[in-house]
Design a protein around this ligand. Structure first.
Ligand SMILES: [Zn+2]
Length: 203
C-alpha cells in the first residue's frame, strides 16, 4: 500500500529494464494483455503502460472497478458504498485508501491510487465520478455531513441538495420548519466534489 504513494513514471533503464509505472520497481513488462471488458485504458497513458506483474494483477482485476473498496496495509476489503463512505469518519492510523463507486463503469481509481492517505485529518478519496482524487479535511467532512444528515431528515431530495437549487416548496418547508440556515449552508457547499461525495454517502 505505502509503496504506491510515490508516483513513478516509467522510463526505460538500460541496465535494469523497465520501471513499473505504479510501484517503480525495475521489472516491468509492456504489452500486457487485458480482458475485453477492461475499461481502464484511458487511465494508463502511453508512457505509463509498463507494469510489473504485481501491479498488473491489481490493475487488471475488474472487481476494483465494479465494487467500492478500502485498502489498508496488506489487505483490501470490498464493501458496500455506504460502508466505504462511513470509513472516512474513522479510518486507519496507518496507510489507507478508499474508492467509492457510483455505477461501477469507470476505472477512475487508477488516477487516484497514488494519493494514499497517512492521516485522519487531511485525506484524499477516490470517487468513481471524478477522474482525480478528492481532497478533504476531517473538519470539513464533519461539517458537511452534519448539514447533509439534517437535510435528509427533513426529506430534502439528494438532487436538490447536490446542486443547491431548491424548489420554492422546499423554501416554504424550510421557513415553516425553521431550517433555512441549512439550505444556505448547502448552497455554499453545492457543486463541489466533496459535497457530492457527502450527499451520495448520506442515507
Ligand atoms: Zn509495479
Amino acid at each position: 500500500m505505502t509503496y504506491l504513494a510515490a508516483k513513478n513514471i516509467a522510463k526505460p533503464n538500460k541496465k535494469r529494464g523497465y520501471k513499473c509505472c505504479w510501484c517503480g520497481i525495475y521489472d516491468a513488462e509492456y504489452d500486457l494483455p487485458f480482458s475485453d471488458n477492461f475499461v481502464g485504458y484511458p487511465y494508463l497513458k502511453e508512457e505509463r503502460k509498463g507494469l510489473c506483474k504485481y501491479c498488473y494483477a491489481f490493475v487488471s482485476e475488474q472487481k476494483f472497478r465494479k465494487r467500492s473498496w478500502i485498502a489498508t496495509e496488506g489487505k483490501v476489503d470490498f464493501v458496500k458504498q455506504k460502508e466505504a463512505y462511513s470509513y472516512l469518519f474513522n479510518p486507519d492510523d496507518n496507510a489507507w485508501f478508499v474508492h467509492i463507486t457510483s455505477s461501477g463503469q469507470k476505472q477512475s481509481w487508477l488516477n487516484a491510487i497514488h494519493s494514499v492517505n497517512f492521516s485522519k485529518q487531511r485525506f484524499a478519496v477516490s470517487f468513481e465520478k471524478y477522474d482525480s482524487p478528492i481532497f478533504f479535511t476531517r473538519s470539513h467532512l464533519l461539517a458537511m455531513s452534519e448539514v447533509a444528515k439534517k437535510l435528509r431528515e427533513q426529506k430534502i431530495t439528494k438532487t436538490e441538495m447536490k446542486c443547491g437549487e431548491f424548489k420554492p416548496k422546499t423554501y416554504e418547508k424550510a421557513i415553516d420548519g425553521d431550517f433555512e440556515n441549512l439550505l444556505s449552508e448547502a448552497k455554499e457547499y453545492a457543486c463541489t466534489p466533496q459535497w457530492e461525495v457527502v450527499v451520495y454517502g448520506t442515507e
